[in-house]
Design a binder for this molecule. Structure first.
Ligand code: ADP
Ligand code: MG
Length: 226
């Protein structure tokens, strides 16, 4: 096991992060501390409403925390704008751009980062290959199944090579059989790309299938380590 100093030096370190929604009695995220080493995937497992999405929003920068810090590789990014953190997020329902093709969706973050067209093409092809969707390259995403859509969402978020990927119940909208197959694929893809990731889910099987370490969350807090 790494020491906190190692983790702070290479990877994500969240310290005493607290988020209180206006008017709420209790914090949605209550003094959460956690570390993720570079290349590691951890899972946070907890019931609906326990603060999983709020914690991810606090880490990625969508929601400003009331207190606490987020650091990556020892650099405090708590007040760094979202687009400069180099973090990616995958949602439960993918949130794909409905009027773009599969390739167009995967290229999105690269366009935002003004990656030149030729380089973008190469990267999109790599990602299509990685998630096994090469033959759907020019299809509108509306034609895809739920599992294929989540593969596109994963490819889109990986394309700009995020230094941290946050996965918010990425398989929860899929049926059980597909969920278990995609969980295995997702684990392989994260490992092959050396991605540092946090998965949040209410599904213990999914957590165990994807992550090397599972922490339970309840009422805004991280409880134990399995
Ligand atoms: P989870 O993702 O684990 O289901 P959430 O982070 O979505 O949990 O929610 C944690 C708590 O914060 C819940 O009590 C929820 O009702 C509340 N909450 C979530 N989003 C908001 C919001 N935008 N405004 C106020 N309360 C919210
Ligand atoms: Mg949620």
């Amino acid at each position: 096991m790494s020491t906190p100093a190692d983790a702070a030096a290479r990877g994500l370190r969240v310290t005493d992060l607290t988020v209180v929604y206006p008017g709420a009695q209790e914090p949605a995220v209550d003094s959460v501390s956690l570390a993720v080493r570079r290349g590691q995937t951890i899972a946070l497992l907890g019931p609906s409403g326990c603060g999983k999405s709020t914690l991810l929003a606090g880490i990625v920068g969508i929601t400003a925390p009331d207190s606490g810090t987020v650091a990556f590789d020892g650099e405090d990014v708590t007040h760094v704008p979202i687009h400069r953190r180099g973090f990616g997020l995958v949602f439960q329902d993918g949130q794909l751009f409905p009027h773009r093709t599969v390739a167009g969706n995967i290229a999105f973050g690269l366009e935002m980062a003004r990656v030149p067209a030729a380089e973008r093409e190469t990267r999109v092809s790599e990602l299509l290959e990685l998630v096994g969707l090469t033959k759907y390259r020019d299809q509108p995403v509306a034609n895809l199944s739920g599992g294929e859509r989540q593969r596109v969402a994963l490819a889109r978020s990986l394309a700009p090579r995020p230094r941290l990927l946050l996965l918010d119940e990425p398989l929860s909208s899929l049926d059980a059989e597909l969920r278990s197959r995609l969980a295995g694929e997702m684990r392989d893809i994260l490992a092959r790309t050396g991605t540092t990731a946090i998965l949040v889910t209410h599904d213990p099987t999914e957590a165990a299938a994807i992550a090397s370490e599972v922490h339970r969350m309840e009422a805004g807090r991280i409880l134990t380590r399995d």
